[in-house]
Design a protein around this ligand. Structure first.
Ligand SMILES: Nc1ncnc2c1ncn2[C@@H]1O[C@H](COP(=O)(O)OP(=O)(O)OP(=O)(O)O)[C@@H](O)[C@H]1O
Length: 609
């Protein structure tokens, strides 16, 4: 019964009441108090649709197959009920046992899930132990970690399979199996490993499959692992944000460079951007091209050491970099909700896994035939377009269009995450322009229009529109001369040299050095991944945009109509802003600019004497 307020009651501030209510949104799911504290610390206020549907079902013990859009919070949807059950079970039985096995397609994702476990269980760390089997430590160390029966084991199917075969990992007491990015694990060629895991899986294990798209592959996994699962299909409309505004710009190969030059030099994108290109060389071509104009970027590709890759993502998420150029070498083939075409890079006819993304795991596999060896080379490559939680990305720029609509969905899912808005802009080379110029370096572009048609169809099914971006090419024309000049400087030799140099540098920034720099943050600038590679001819005047190149009416005239770039301000991690706020809170509220503080630059400075 409600009690009337009397004069002695201290009124609870409205924000606190609101915060309590919102906190209750997770509390009403029945989760353990320490987990709720962790959730609050992460600033999660209300569960996302997939969380509010999947968590209660998982707590009831149901198998689940959930499809929810990229960035909709699927990780918490399966981790929270598992952590809750582990904590509950520990209250009655503290004998160490591996209760949960979480399978993901890449090392980057394994690391990400491991970090999510750490964050959610920050207030119950002693009671929850997780091991990431993809971490770069010796087998002996992994064996000893597994010998302690950690509560949660996170692995790619290949790593899990290897450790099951060697009996380092035991599933005897397993209660939960999760396959995250279920639509992707098979396309990575993990068939055989998954079959192996399925064979060893004890009866009665509760299985959760999480996926961004529902494909035949997910059906296969459902058949292999689930018992009468609750199927959750979270429609796009159920997401809490407006999502991604999708645009396409038809242009020739050289115009792609012209447009990126204009977009970045004139800072049309307010916030961070991920640029997808089709191969590693194009990463370096584009980086060197942008360097000509003083635009910094960093690179992600399968060739770089895994530590560097993880570090680039972490730093990008802390707003250290604004632009990542990522090569999407291991693209997701096939189209959403359609039967898959025979993919070149799926497992071979014998079901022999071609290994996924890990070099280590591959070396443990049989040597494939000549034909398959080519496949392995492609398979060992990683996947940056899926699952990785890039934070606060304003724009995904498909410099090269992917070759499937499924891949497109995963790529654009790197923006507009967790209810935010974002923009995806895709360059498409029309068939007639491709025929005219035949840009040999991007063979895939010859099918751009066909792929676009599929993308438009599948997005339309979800009620999403892919609109033409109305760049006014006449206005952009003024920049063409500089673009051509810069592009000429980026020769094939320069690209090759940059690729070797970057690889050498990144190998040097290996774990040991990284530790050193972390202990000596003053030296940290040496660890930056967006430094200039410089093998291309440097033309310093290119770094400035002279006024005569700009449209008289200003930047807005570059596009016709009111279509514009979605802006996203750097938020939580903006250190300078944070520091300013902290200073204000300490009472140093006055805005003190560097100029005023510099006695050489102000007449007001008093002499000490
Ligand atoms: N309830 C919530 N409130 C606020 N932020 C959330 C919530 N749940 C998840 N997030 C944040 O949303 C982001 C996306 O979550 P997550 O990586 O789990 O998405 P996903 O659905 O697995 O995406 P993908 O399909 O691309 O892997 C993360 O940064 C996560 O911290």
């Amino acid at each position: 019964m409600k009690r009337k307020l009397d004069a002695n009651d201290v009124p609870v501030p409205a924000e606190e009441v609101e915060a309590q209510k919102e906190e209750n949104a997770f509390a009403s799911l029945g989760l353990e108090t320490r987990l709720l504290q962790g959730i609050t610390k992460l600033n999660f206020r209300t569960p996302t649709p997939v969380q509010s549907k999947a968590i209660p079902l998982a707590l009831e013990g149901r198998d689940i197959l959930a499809r929810a859009k990229t960035g909709s919070g699927k990780t918490a949807a399966y981790l929270l009920p598992i952590l809750h059950s582990i904590l509950k079970q520990k209250q009655t039985n503290s004998i160490p046992r591996t209760s949960a096995l979480i399978l993901v397609p890449t090392r980057e994702l394994a690391e990400q899930v491991y970090k999510a476990v750490e964050s959610f269980s920050v207030f119950c760390a002693k009671d929850v132990r997780a091991v990431n089997l993809t971490q770069k430590v010796s087998d002996a160390v992994l064996r000893s970690l597994l010998a302690d029966s950690p509560d949660i084991v996170i692995a790619t199917p290949a790593r899990a399979s290897v450790n099951l075969n060697s009996s380092a990992l035991s599933l005897d007491n397993l209660a939960y199996l999760v396959i995250d990015e279920a639509d992707l694990v098979l396309s990575y060629g993990y068939d055989n490993d998954l079959q192996n895991v399925a064979k060893i899986m004890p009866k009665g294990v509760q299985t959760i499959l999480m996926s961004a798209t529902l494909t035949n592959e997910v059906e296969t996994l459902k058949g292999l692992f689930c018992r009468n699962p609750a199927v959750l299909e979270l429609e796009e409309a159920e997401g809490d944000g407006e999502g991604v505004s999708q645009y396409v710009m038809k242009c020739a190969e050289d115009e792609k460079f012209l447009l990126v030059y204009v977009i970045f030099k004139l800072k049309l994108i307010k916030g961070k951007c991920i640029i997808f290109v089709s191969d590693i060389d194009r990463c370096y071509r584009l980086k060197l091209f942008l360097e000509q104009f003083g635009t910094k970027s960093c690179i992600l590709n399968s060739e770089l050491p895994v530590n560097s890759r993880i570090h680039v993502v972490e730093e990008f998420n802390k707003n250290v970099y604004d632009i990542i150029i990522a090569s999407d070498e291991h693209e997701v083939l096939g189209d959403e909700d359609l039967p898959e075409p025979e993919a070149e890079d799926t497992a071979d006819a014998n079901g022999e896994s071609t290994g996924g993304t890990e070099k280590d795991a591959q070396s443990e596999m049989k040597k494939p035939s000549k034909k398959k060896r080519k496949v392995v080379k492609k398979d060992k490559e990683y996947g940056v377009s899926r699952g990785i939680d890039f934070k606060n990305v304003a724009c995904v720029l498909n410099f090269d269009l992917p070759t499937s609509s499924k891949s497109y969905t995963h790529r654009i899912g790197r923006t507009a995450r967790a209810g935010q808005t974002g923009m995806a802009l895709s360059f498409v080379i029309p068939a007639e322009l491709y025929r005219k110029h035949k840009p040999t370096s991007i063979e895939s572009a010859k099918d751009d229009e066909k792929v676009l048609a599929k993308i438009v169809k599948h997005q339309a099914k979800k009620g999403k529109e892919v609109q033409p971006f109305k760049f006014d090419m006449k206005q952009v024309e003024a920049f063409r001369y500089r673009m051509s000049d810069a592009l000429r400087a980026v020769t094939g030799v320069a690209v090759r040299e940059a690729r070797t140099r970057e690889l050498r540098q990144e190998l040097m920034k290996s774990e040991k050095l990284k530790r050193h720099f972390e202990e000596n943050p003053g030296d940290l600038h040496h660890l930056r991944h967006d430094g200039e590679l410089r093998p291309a001819r440097v033309q310093s005047h290119m770094k400035h945009v002279p006024d005569y190149l700009l449209p008289k009416e200003g930047k807005k005239a570059l596009t016709t109509g009111d279509l514009g770039f979605v802006g996203m301000r750097k938020t939580t991690e903006n250190r300078i802003r944070k520091a300013r706020l902290a200073n204000k809170a300490k009472g140093k509220g006055k805005k003190v600019t560097g100029r005023k503080m510099d006695p050489l630059k102000t007449f007001k400075a008093k002499s000490r004497a």
